[in-house]
Write a protein that binds this ligand. Structure first.
Ligand code: SF4
Length: 68
């Protein structure tokens, strides 16, 4: 099953690292990241984006189980 990706708006600082690391998945809108297409980048790239997020704002779950 595909990953479910969430960005915590209370944590996101708009650094756009996720946009660079997982192109097409995230978009910056008014200084905050949002998920626009969960399938736009390989899962490995999404995992890197979540791990590299400077504020740990990205949460990944699979079948309702957090994996980050
Ligand atoms: S890398 Fe993290 S803090 Fe930076 S824009 Fe993406 S979700 Fe927000």
């Amino acid at each position: 099953m595909a990953l479910e990706i969430e960005v915590d708006p209370a944590r996101c600082n708009g650094s756009a690292a996720c946009v660079r690391l997982a192109p097409g998945v995230f978009h910056i809108d008014r200084g905050m990241a949002m998920v626009i297409d969960e399938d736009a980048a390989p899962e490995a790239a999404v995992l890197v984006a979540a791990n590299e997020c400077p504020t740990a704002a990205i949460t990944l779950t699979r079948d309702g189980v957090p994996i980050t």
